[in-house]
Design a protein around this ligand. Structure first.
Ligand code: TMP
Length: 220
């Protein structure tokens, strides 16, 4: 029987630098001989990528925040069932760029009730547990400036263009989740340089998994 893999999610506001860090953590875990898979939400499976286009283009915003939340959940059900759960059962370490906390924070900030968000979360997760959530925290002004620099002349997606006040509320939302669930979440200072953030994330991963032997070097 293959040992179960692990599920690590990355969360944070716009321009937090999650993607760079996911690539770096994946390389580090792979160098230990672990099987690593990186993925993202919304998306990560063919069906969910279609929904990604619908929600991020803003095409669904006229349907209201509850419907948008249901679309994110529909994408997540497909992603979990077709990619994440099978990978973890096959022993892979799955690193996911955004997951359920983004729904709590973004759709929560758009007025979706905690009851609906909770129900959608249970629907998508079933018995799936997140082993570790890394919240990359940056002040909203810094994140927005980074996202704008990365975008260049490109257009903002459905959520990037929201006001500074909304982005600040989202930042507080992520920090509140971290405070409420300290066993699952670690907050990392995303204003450090890229190497500094990587080191902080690695310390969190070692702290969480080293003593269980899960990180033990395997033959590559
Ligand atoms: P990203 O590619 O920058 O991560 O863009 C995804 C956007 O979608 C980001 O603005 C956050 C938003 N989002 C939600 O609003 N709810 C969700 O459940 C997820 C996964 C993302």
């Amino acid at each position: 029987m293959v040992a179960r893999g692990r599920f690590i999610t990355f969360e944070g506001g716009e321009g937090a630098g999650k993607s760079t860090q996911i690539t770096r953590l994946a390389a580090r875990l792979s160098s230990l001989g672990l099987n690593v898979r990186t993925t993202r939400e919304p998306g990560g499976s063919p069906g969910a990528e279609i929904v990604r286009h619908v929600v991020l283009s803003g095409a669904a915003s006229a349907l209201g925040a509850d419907t948008e939340a249901m679309l994110f959940a529909a994408a997540r059900v497909d992603h979990v069932d077709s990619v994440i759960r099978p990978a973890i059962e096959a022993g892979e370490w799955v690193l996911c760029d955004r997951f359920t906390d983004s729904t709590r924070v973004y759709q929560g900030a758009s007025g979706v009730s905690p009851a609906l968000i909770g129900a959608l979360e249970r629907l998508a997760l079933q018995d799936l547990a997140i082993d570790l959530t890394i919240i990359v925290d940056v002040p909203a002004e810094i994140g927005l400036a980074r996202a704008a620099a990365r975008r260049g002349d490109g257009v903002t997606d459905r959520f990037e263009g929201d006001s500074l006040e909304i982005q600040q509320r989202r930042r507080r939302g992520f920090l509140e989740i971290a405070a409420a669930e300290p066993d699952r979440c670690v907050v990392v200072d995303g204003t450090l340089d890229v190497d500094g953030v990587e080191a902080a994330i690695w310390a969190a991963v070692e702290g969480r998994f080293a003593e269980t032997g899960a990180l033990a070097q395997r033959p590559v």
